[in-house]
Write a protein that binds this ligand. Structure first.
Ligand code: FES
Ligand SMILES: [Fe+2]
Length: 364
């Protein structure tokens, strides 16, 4: 137990770290966010998503290219995704205005010859959208050049994820991200016979260094108290990267084999975040274990979702929160990274990573 003095110091330090201002708690803009796996969007189809509180239509045209538009008709606000799409143009279901895949209005059926209204003045917003390693990402902001890149997993160049699970958390983005990088909740939240028990708690030391728009837990052998790694055989080593706005990449190597976990959190609105977990692997035998693996990933995500839902009951009272060294240092880094990114964008200057190389120790 900390003595009274150090507890007070921790309190004071944590108050300084506390992301109280509502503008700071808002999701970062000038960033790519995960939308859905590529296989969820067939040619000539479109879907509607809420991302960062904005209605987004994501479609795949006749040539197979994806696009993203604001999902609102500029005429009377009808969701365009409720209309028809022929692979080239979207027809609004209300009055039939037609839009191309860049969001430009190309036809207004009610116009009669001689009426001078030009559809060319009308458009709905076009969002940059990209497909990378079997996933679709959408950019929110104005300056893609200065933003963190969409993550690319080593050794999976033209691959799609072997498994994707998405779960919605009733949590604002910061709590979802801090939960994702929290090393101390494992033995309490993710207790299960196939993963670990509460008694398996042990002291750990992990070396970290800054990496682009985030930090990296350097390559190390995973804890012996994590049973699932044993499936891989060999002597697995893992490296975990966090990158703004809300991406975690775990790359595990065991001999020539690789497994990668990409976890991306997308703010749906101010109160809900969607966590998407994509697993890539090279081991053919993991394919046989896919149904079991899916159950395992789901169970893990549901445990996080349930704990966050319970946390919301407390957060309604806006209590002061505490971030301690070293178990919460990654959370402190996240808040610092986010703050620096907001400042760098506002001041139109390059981002300066505030993370210093350091070894963190905790029991988990
Ligand atoms: S609301 Fe879309 S055409 Fe009228
Ligand atoms: Fe968790």
């Amino acid at each position: 137990m900390p003595d009274g003095r150090s507890a007070r110091m921790d309190d004071a330090a944590s108050r300084r770290m506390r992301p109280a201002a509502s503008d700071f708690a808002a999701p970062l803009r000038e960033a790519w966010y995960y939308a859905l796996p590529s296989r969820g969007l067939r040619r000539l189809t479109m879907i509607s998503r809420l991302m960062l509180g904005e209605p987004i239509l994501i479609g795949r045209d006749e040539r197979g290219s994806i696009f993203a538009l604001r999902d609102l008709c500029p005429h009377r606000g009808m969701p365009l995704s409720a209309g028809n799409f022929d692979g080239r143009e979207i027809e609004c279901c209300y009055h039939g205005w037609r839009f191309d895949t860049r969001g430009q209005c190309v036809m207004i059926p009610s116009l009669v010859p001689g009426q001078r209204f030009a559809p060319g003045h009308i458009h709905t917003r076009l969002y940059p959208a990209r497909e990378v390693q079997g996933n679709i990402w959408v950019f929110f902001g104005e300056n893609m050049g200065a933003a963190p890149e969409i993550p690319v997993l080593d050794g999976f160049d033209n691959c799609a994820p072997d498994l994707v699970e998405s779960v919605r958390f009733s949590a604002a983005i910061d709590h979802a991200v801090v939960g994702l990088m929290d090393p101390a909740h494992g033995p309490f939240v993710h207790r299960a016979w196939w993963w670990r028990s509460r008694r398996s708690i042990q002291q750990k030391a992990k070396a970290f260094s800054p990496s682009p728009f985030g930090f990296t837990m350097l390559r190390h052998a995973p804890s012996h108290n994590s049973r699932a790694y044993r499936l891989l055989g060999g002597a697995p080593e893992t490296e975990i990267v966090f990158r703004l706005p809300s991406v975690r990449i775990e790359q595990i190597r065991a001999g020539r084999q690789r497994v990668a976990n990409l976890t991306a959190i997308t703010p749906i609105d101010d109160r809900v975040a969607e966590v998407s977990h994509c697993v890539y692997w090279t081991l053919p035998r993991l394919g046989l274990l896919k149904p079991a693996l899916r159950r395992y990933v789901r169970a893990f995500l549901y445990q996080d979702r349930d704990i966050m839902e319970r946390q919301q009951q407390g957060l309604r009272f806006d209590p002061p929160l505490t971030l301690i060294d070293d178990a919460d240092t990654q959370a402190k880094w996240y808040y610092r990274l986010k703050r620096e990114y907001l400042r760098a964008c506002a001041e139109k200057r390059p981002f300066e990573n505030p993370v210093e190389p350091r070894t963190l120790e905790w029991r988990s």
